[in-house]
Write a protein that binds this ligand. Structure first.
Ligand SMILES: C[C@@H](N)C(=O)N[C@H](C)C(=O)O
Ligand SMILES: [Zn+2]
Length: 205
């Protein structure tokens, strides 16, 4: 257990776990879902911390999560739409950093429990038009920690309201649940079976 009283798996623990249960493998989403677009904000300074948190711009998720997201992408493609990922698997140390910078657990996971991102089971994302790569209009920008970002907040703009419903419905169909404070954050149902990990992207294939 770490200083927050949480059991966090390192790379050796992870390798043992995936040998016993290969579905726990973290999958590179760019390789698994051709055409998916990455804008990994925490690999840049364009994020709420103002600091670059990751050394690499990568998106990983556990195998069943990656498979489900692939189905979402296939559905969206029929409507001329695609997925842009802002963040996926997140090493636990990043969650600790986020909490130190912004201590409101409405918007940032508590290090006492860890984030579903740390389990490789959460995706931060938006939708894009395949033709132009442009983002669909949503109620707020990414990581806008305000009530307008809550999926339950009434939105007067009909386009943003429609697009918010579109992303939530598309994800829900394949086993994801939207976070109650963030329209862009989706948890994979069944995340509890997956351990909290603290493995840097550099250590993953
Ligand atoms: C920090 C934000 N992008 C996010 O992912 N928040 C949730 C609650 C989390 O930290 O798990
Ligand atoms: Zn998130």
């Amino acid at each position: 257990q770490n200083k927050y009283g949480l059991k966090v798996s390192n790379k050796a623990d992870y390798l043992r776990a995936i040998k016993l249960d290969p579905k726990k493998t973290l999958i590179d989403l760019e390789k698994h879902i051709p055409g998916i677009v990455l804008d990994i904000r925490y690999a840049t300074t364009n994020n709420f911390t103002g600091e670059q948190i990751y050394n690499l711009s990568k998106a990983y998720a556990r195998k069943p999560v990656a498979d489900a997201l692939k189905k979402v992408q296939a559905d969206l493609e029929t409507q001329g739409l695609g997925i842009k990922i802002f963040d996926a698997y997140r090493p636990y140390k990043a969650t600790v950093k986020f909490y130190e910078v912004y201590k409101d657990t409405t918007y940032v996971a508590s290090p006492y429990r860890g984030s579903r991102h740390n389990r490789g089971c959460a995706i931060d994302m938006t939708l894009i038009y395949l033709k132009t790569g442009e983002e669909l209009k949503m109620p707020t920008p990414y990581d806008s920690f305000k009530k307008e970002a809550w999926p339950s907040t009434p939105i007067s703009d009909p386009e943003a309201r429609k697009n918010r419903k579109l992303i939530i419905d598309a994800m829900q169909k394949h086993g994801f649940k939207v976070n109650s404070s963030e329209w862009w954050h989706f948890d994979f149902i069944g995340y509890r079976q997956y351990e909290v990990l603290d493995i840097d992207f550099e250590e993953l294939p």
